[in-house]
Ligand binder design. Sequence first.
Ligand code: PBG
Length: 324
Amino acid sequence: MRSRPRRNRRTAALRGFLAETSLSAERFVQPLFLHEKPGDEDIGAMPGCRRLGPEGLLREVDGALEDGVRSVVLFPAIPESEKTRTAEGAWDPEGLIPRSIAALHERWPELCLMTDVALDPYSSDGHDGLVADDGRILNDETVEVLCRQALCHARVGADVVAPSDMMDGRVGAIRDALDGEGFTEVAILAYTAKYASAFYGPFREALDSAPRAGDKKTYQMDPANAREALREAALDEEEGADMLMVKPAGPYLDVIRDLRDSTALPIAAYQVSGEYAMLEAACERGLLDREKAVLESLLGIRRAGADVILTYYARQAARWLANG
Ligand code: PBG
């Protein structure tokens, strides 16, 4: 035998030297849940994650920076009484998100601040778009208000706006709206291939944002489709997206690879709440080694071709990596 692949795996030094993929804290984005209450609150569906009050938010971001995680994305839990059918809360300049962005931007200008652009946290229908009386999700009307939401975030210092709504044409419209007000440097991370997935369940519980009627299948993608993601990617790129996202991550590694191979834009992947919940459930029962399983799940996402990963494990994984 002349070829013995095991020769390259013999020592830790050889393995380290030859590793094709690596993880680093710089590539992680920490999602954070906010609410209007002063204190923090555990999220039953996502053990280990909390809805944060203003002080909790500052503490978390401070900790994230200390751990080497320099990007965060914010999600608001809005009280039911403040949700409306037209979701005006989404572009209220006094809202929880703009206030939080302003506070973080002022304190840590070096932080990469990302926001979610979609109506579901603010919508009494629990949909990402405006709902017509017959239950249809209105596309062009929604795009118009998403532009207001993106502008509201840009005005207070968001670095990256991330439309997660899956309406057609929203990336181009948001680009024009941002440029129209001089925010040419605010980037757009497009949720390009966002699937109608069961794995968002815990997130919707965290924000109490599940659709009150119907599902999201007329706008989010069919889990059966991969070619369609290439079409979405081509459109988002043409419309001026700066980065493309695949979501969820673990069950869609092939889609991450397909996009990686079809565009020069950076690719992000979102390891969503259900992926987190699955890992946590198994680890809590002692069925998996948390550190090894989580880092392997993240490495797999990187190996598939993701440049950056949004993950609820961002801070934790950064600490594991730092401790070798
Ligand atoms: C909503 C949004 C969702 C997530 C991020 N933005 C839920 C949905 O589309 O229903 C899910 C994230 C997660 O599950 O971790 N625009």
